[in-house]
Design a protein around this ligand. Structure first.
Ligand code: FAD
Length: 398
């Protein structure tokens, strides 16, 4: 059995980000930790995606960024728009393949890091660390022992919650025949889409050049659509709403992100921690995860270097989680109209205040102002109701 300082399970956003932070500088006593990054062979194609996040203009991951926007726009159902920017910040896009290739190059230069192609089956605590039991592509057992284990495997079942909605989407990378897009402005939410009975839907347009863009249809509701349903609504949106004219679909991206007020345990045992989506890094109200993963990775590595227990810090402020729980309840119960809710939020507040809230960096006074700009009575009713609700699994079991 191999003895290591650290095992990281899963080479997605959280696993890759954490390993690069852990080995960026020497650990306790000036020694770079020995790290194994365990990932099933040929898993990355299945998880190919793009990550967007807010970052300072000059960010740590800029070499992997494929596009960025200073200006963001929200459009209501009547095409009236609010446009704003976040001073000193940019909204950036990273393709997972570029990120993986960049991190793989960085890690190849660090002899203390081993990449292991295996599927983890079990993690067990022992007296001074944890055992990781896995199988390689031939089905042969792989056993590792480490002082600390960070696990980013997605949970088989979400923890019990009071409200769970799904953020589900399909996007097309399109190329048009004529100049159509304004590459300086991204459309964060365009509500000129058919609305579900409960929840909300919107278009999301990220221009990559005058003729190329990622055009996405996103819905917050209780069940994902079929590919055929997404395709039909995307056809309508691109042809009738955006009027793209003749265009080619170069590639599609589809996904589901749970939006839940479930409580995720970051600690699975004295030496075992959960990171990424598995550790609750996904913000319930937005689905944004990537920026939180970066912040947590830096903090974990700092704790490790200082010789402290490297428990991942709380991914979100308690106040933001409470506000998100109320918003999810309001949307899921149908007490607020989703389009009205979001357009009002952007219209009645400074754009950068809303963005800072969505990115988890708004202050108490700003959060109060945001709360007061939402439909007060239904939100108050949800705020009073939420603490009284039981947390259930999605399938109804406690
Ligand atoms: C299509 C899509 C687009 C998204 N876009 C954004 C966005 O724009 N901005 C944003 O902030 N968030 C976004 N998210 C949400 C979130 O950032 C991503 O899901 C992100 O990839 C989560 O990182 P993670 O490391 O927690 O999980 P993942 O990236 O899914 O990584 C988990 C890893 O665990 C591995 N694994 C699974 N089982 C095992 C096993 N048994 N043994 C070993 N390894 C295993 C998987 O192969 C995978 O590599 C998006 C999500 C999706 C699905």
């Amino acid at each position: 059995m191999d003895d290591l300082d650290i095992v990281v399970i899963g080479a997605g956003a959280a696993g890759m980000s954490l390993v690069r932070c852990l080995v960026a500088r020497p650990g306790p006593f000036g020694v770079t930790p020995t790290v194994a990054l365990v990932q099933p062979v040929a898993a990355s194609a299945a998880t190919e995606r793009t990550w967007c996040y807010w970052d300072t203009c000059q960010g740590a991951l800029d070499r992997t960024v494929s596009a960025g926007w200073d200006r963001l726009r929200v459009r209501d159902a009547d095409s009236r728009s609010v446009t704003g920017r976040l001073p000193g910040m940019r909204y950036k896009m990273i393709r997972s393949v570029d990120f993986e290739a960049h991190v793989a190059r960085e890690l190849a230069a660090v002899p203390q890091v081993r990449r292991i192609g295996a599927t983890v089956e079990e993690v067990r605590q022992h007296a001074t660390g944890a055992h990781v039991l896995a199988r390689d592509a031939d089905g042969d057992p792989v056993r590792l022992r480490a002082r600390w284990v960070f696990d980013s495997r997605p949970p088989r079942r979400l923890p019990p919650a009071r409200t769970t909605l799904l953020q589900h989407f399909r996007g097309w990378f399109v190329r048009t025949e004529r100049d159509t897009f304004d590459p300086s402005t991204a459309d964060l939410m365009d509500f000129r889409t058919p609305q579900p009975r409960r929840g909300v839907s919107f278009g999301y347009v990220l221009p990559l050049s005058r003729r190329e863009a990622l055009v996405e249809y996103t819905e917050f509701s209780s069940r994902p659509s079929t590919t055929r349903e997404y395709e039909s609504v995307l056809s309508h949106y691109t042809e009738q709403v955006l009027r793209l004219g003749v265009f080619t679909v170069l590639r599609a991206e589809q996904g589901v992100i749970p939006m839940t007020d479930a409580v995720f345990d970051r600690r699975a045992g004295p030496s075992m921690f959960r990171i990424g989506t598995a550790g609750g890094a996904t913000r319930p109200a937005t689905g944004y995860t990537f920026a939180t993963i970066q912040r947590q990775s830096v903090d974990i590595a700092r704790s490790y270097r200082a010789g402290r227990t490297p428990l991942p810090p709380s991914p979100h402020r308690a106040r933001h989680l409470a506000m998100d729980a109320i918003m999810l309840r309001a949307l899921a119960s149908g007490r607020v109209d989703g389009v009205e809710f979001f357009t009002r939020l952007f219209r009645r507040n400074a754009f950068d205040r809303v963005i800072r809230f969505l990115d988890g960096r708004s202050r108490l006074g700003e959060d109060l102002a945001l709360g007061l700009s939402t439909p007060i009575l239904p939100m108050l009713r949800c705020a009073l109701e939420v603490p009284l609700l039981a947390r259930n699994h999605e399938d109804g079991d406690r």
